[in-house]
Design a protein around this ligand. Structure first.
Ligand SMILES: C[S@@+](CC[C@H](N)C(=O)[O-])C[C@H]1O[C@@H](n2cnc3c(N)ncnc32)[C@H](O)[C@@H]1O
Length: 213
């Protein structure tokens, strides 16, 4: 059964899927330093790694990972986001599922890529999700999480409402150090963390943390 936070995220992303795919078609929203953290994550993996894009949304990051040698597959709550993923990036397998219970055997993946997919999860769900990432990674595997930095829970969706889309959604900002603590509590060794200030149209700073199982 889905949690209240998941139901809220599901309703919101089913509503904004097309607008999201149009606004974020690829990695143009990422700064070089963000992509450098992703590249570092990939460099920590073995050749031809099996990577789960956990919360893949419209699948915009799948080609980036695949172009760097990853064997990727995606999972997401929102069937509308996945409809866009299959239309725009149909060469990659994707399926509906929850990060709280990944429906994968233990030690399946070399890497778990969680790019802004835990930002709608309250702290107790974040811990469950990170523990799930730990379970599906093989020993020595790596996880990377990208998220907005800060320490507030903010209401988002204003930019979508300006486009006539009826969206209610909350986002949990987190400090890189706090995310690193959650990873450590779940059994990861934190191998890199980065936090940067907002740039251009961004309203919040951004953070990336990488852990090794
Ligand atoms: C901000 S979008 C990021 C999508 C994609 N990773 C990207 O970088 O464009 C957040 C995504 O996480 C998904 N999501 C949120 N909570 C989830 C959960 N508990 N299980 C699975 N997916 C979830 C949403 O459906 C949405 O597609």
């Amino acid at each position: 059964m889905r949690t209240e936070a998941e139901n809220t995220a599901l309703a919101a992303y089913d509503t904004v899927a097309e607008a999201y795919a149009e606004t974020f078609p690829d990695t143009r929203a990422e700064l070089p330093v963000d992509l450098a953290m992703i590249d570092h994550f990939i460099a920590l993996l073995p050749d031809g790694p099996r990577v789960l894009d956990a919360g893949c949304g419209t699948g915009r990051m799948l080609p980036y990972l695949a172009a760097r040698g990853c064997q990727v597959q995606g999972v997401d709550l929102s069937s509308e986001m996945l409809r866009c993923a299959r239309r725009d990036h149909g060469e990659f397998p994707t399926r509906v599922g929850t990060l709280l219970d990944l429906d994968e055997p233990d030690s399946t993946f070399d890497g778990v890529f969680s790019w802004y997919s835990t930002v709608h999860s309250p702290d107790e769900e974040l811990r469950r999700i990170v523990a799930e990432f730990h379970r599906v990674l093989r020993p020595g595997g790596h996880v990377v999480l990208g998220f907005q930095s800060g320490s507030e829970v903010i209401a988002v969706g204003e930019r979508y409402r300006e486009r006539g889309l009826d969206v209610t959604l909350q986002r949990w900002q987190r400090r890189a150090g706090d995310m690193a603590e959650v990873l450590a509590e779940c059994g990861f060794t934190v191998v890199a963390q980065m936090e940067r200030a907002a740039v251009g149209m961004e309203r919040e700073g951004q953070a990336v943390v990488i852990g090794r199982r």
